[in-house]
Ligand binder design. Structure first.
Ligand code: ADP
Length: 608
């Protein structure tokens, strides 16, 4: 079924709306995908960067820790070579000398304490010999650094001091004599400054021992906590070596809680947020350097980048959508205009056809009207034919008589009589010519033509002349007022036909009355000329008056009337802006009143 222009537009709109919804969904999907991708990329890149930073930090810290220990590496062996120490071990020297020496070494080297053990682990001399909590007299044979030094010549060990309760790194070196080991020199190094540095720098760094317990850390809550859950063997070692005496390490929560691979990073769930952690081994102690970086900045940056990407995506999509919509809007307006133009074109064509059709119908109507008028004329002529024949035959026989008399007068050579007869014969011929001329003019077809000034008196005279034979025939006296009638606007022959119809009707009506008289008068009423035709007929009953102008309505049953006279008369008068109406005359009969607009010149003449 063909769609109307309106439906097409509605469909167009709904299709566009669906497409706009789809486009918006696609844009939304694209922006979400973009944000997701950017988020993962940003997190990935940030994590990689954090891993690199972490590795750098671990390397730097590893170097710092190693160099700190290295500083004291040879201190015990150097001290063990000193004569005062050896003498004291051999029982030659005094303990005072050894104590003073060790005190001087401590103060100059920066070590925490330096002390001397005999082969049984008993402290013979110490740098803190004269201080409270002095090591002198204590036995440290249970410490691994002692047994390692006795066995291998050197030992190193980190522990919380059993005597002082202070943590420290113990470096030990065996002192050997010609007959075997004499004793062990131990230097205790305080590593707290490293811890302070980390803490001040806010570094999340720590060092765990061989069994995984953090003994140094920039974060205090990590200290003395295991990285992973401690194994039974580790617990046994801890107990045997009294490494972190009195701290209660086994009860503490592991920091990581899963095995750590050196160099590999992992993400920790910390109360402060996610942390990226990594480790590196510090040899030869088998320590684990553990460091972590908060991932919050990485997520923060990722959020920022994702937000910017999302906004940029939305902005780009909005620009694309706006441009697309503008293009669609323009296209739609063009389509709308095209539809409207097409509809206007169709309507114009339809109107054109209608106008053509109307013109054709009007032309047909005009033709029909002309034919009807002509038919009415012929009908009127038919009605008057007997009278016309009489009108022509009477002068013809008079002419014959006149001409016969002229012949006789010619035979008698009575020239003046002949002349008189000829003059009267010519009069008769002229009379016949006039009648024939009127009839010919009346019967001929003539179009309405243009409006022109028409002498109303002439029109009325001609009409009376044509109707008068009929009036004479039926014994009706036709009285024409001599009042001068003005000029009106119209067409002479048409007006003549209208008045012939009206006068003829009046004559016909008067012919059935007692008095048989028709009066024709003319005058002026305002801007109009008025013609009154009064007859002495029987008047008009109401049912006749109601149907007067109906085509083919006639009361003339004898076949004399066509019933077209009045309808044609009214058409003719209205054509010239005039009208006709009927009224009953006071003494019986009918008065027919015709109004016709005056010609301008007549109006001015009347006004002056
Ligand atoms: P027709 O003369 O052929 O009958 P008309 O249209 O001229 O047709 O007249 C219609 C009828 O109007 C006439 O038949 C007649 O009955 C009536 N009529 C017209 N003029 C008069 C008049 N002056 N007096 C009485 N009746 C009239």
């Amino acid at each position: 079924m063909p769609q109307s222009g309106g439906n097409r537009l509605v469909n167009l709109w709904s299709r566009r709306a669906n497409r706009a919804i789809l486009a918006t969904c696609l844009v939304g999907l694209a922006v979400v995908s973009l944000c997701t991708t950017v988020w993962f990329l940003a997190v990935h890149n940030g994590t990689l960067r954090a891993e690199r930073d972490l590795t750098d930090r671990l390397t730097t810290t590893q170097r710092a820790v190693e160099s700190e220990i290295e500083r004291f590496r040879y201190l015990p062996s150097v001290v063990g070579e000193d004569g005062r120490i050896r003498d004291h071990l051999l029982g030659i020297g005094t303990s005072n000398q050894a104590n003073s020496y060790l005190q001087a070494v401590r103060d100059m080297s920066g070590a925490d304490e330096v002390y001397l053990l005999d082969t049984g682990g008993l402290t013979l001399a110490a740098s803190n010999w004269d201080e409270p909590g002095s090591f002198v007299g204590n036995n440290y044979s249970f410490r691994p650094y002692f047994s390692d030094a006795m066995r291998d010549g050197a030992g190193r060990y980190y522990a919380v001091g059993v005597t002082t309760g202070k943590p420290g790194y113990f470096l030990a070196a065996r002192v050997s004599g010609p007959d075997g080991p004499l004793g062990v020199v131990v230097a205790k190094v305080d590593m707290a400054p490293i811890e302070v540095t980390w803490s001040k720098a806010g570094e999340l760094t720590g060092i765990a021992d061989q069994i995984g317990i953090v003994f140094l850390s920039g974060r205090q809550d990590w200290k003395y906590r295991p990285l992973d859950a401690l194994t039974p063997a580790a617990l046994a070692t801890l107990d045997a070596e009294r490494r972190y005496d009195g701290i209660g390490v086994p009860a503490k929560q592991p920091i990581v809680g899963r095995p750590l691979l050196s160099g590999a990073s992992l993400v920790l769930d910390d109360p402060s947020g996610a942390l990226l952690a990594s480790t590196v081994q510090i040899e030869p102690d088998g320590w684990t350097l553990f460091s972590a970086l908060p991932l919050a900045p990485v997520y923060e940056e990722a959020r920022l980048v994702t937000g910017i990407a999302g906004l940029a995506g939305l902005l780009a999509s909005a620009i694309v959508l706006v441009l697309r919509q503008r293009r669609q809007f323009t296209r739609m307006k063009l389509e709308q205009n095209a539809v409207l133009e097409r509809r206007v074109g169709e309507r114009t064509e339809a109107l054109h056809h209608e106008i053509e059709e109307r013109k054709r119908t009007e032309a047909q109507l005009r033709d029909m009207q002309e034919n009807l008028i002509h038919a009415a004329k012929l009908a009127a002529l038919g009605r008057m034919s007997a009278a016309i024949v009489h009108e022509v035959s009477q002068p013809l026989s008079a002419l014959e008589n006149t001409l016969a008399a002229s012949g006789l007068h010619a035979d008698n050579k009575a020239l003046p009589e002949v002349k008189r007869n000829l003059v009267s014969a010519r009069d008769l011929v002229r009379r016949m010519q006039r009648t024939v001329k009127h009839l010919r003019t009346f019967a001929s077809r003539k179009d309405a033509g243009a409006l022109q000034p028409v002498d109303l008196a002439g029109v009325l005279d001609a009409a009376c002349e044509i109707v008068s034979p009929r009036a004479r025939e039926i014994g009706v006296l036709l009285e024409r007022d001599s009042v001068e009638a003005p000029a009106v606007l119209g067409n002479g022959p048409r007006l003549e036909q209208a008045f012939i119809n009206l006068i003829l009707n009046a004559v016909d009506a008067a012919g059935t009355g007692e008095q048989r008289q028709v009066g024709i008068g003319a005058g002026i009423d305002g801007d109009n000329a008025v013609v009154a035709i009064s007859d002495t007929g029987p008047g008009m009953p109401k049912e006749v008056r109601d149907r007067l102008f109906e085509p083919f309505f006639t009361t003339k049953t004898s076949g004399g009337g066509l019933g077209l006279g009045l309808s044609i008369t009214r058409t003719i008068l209205e054509e010239f802006g005039g009208s006709v109406c009927f009224a009953s005359a006071p003494g019986g009969g009918t008065v027919t009143r015709v109004m016709l607009p005056l010609h301008l010149a007549s109006r001015q003449a009347v006004a002056s």
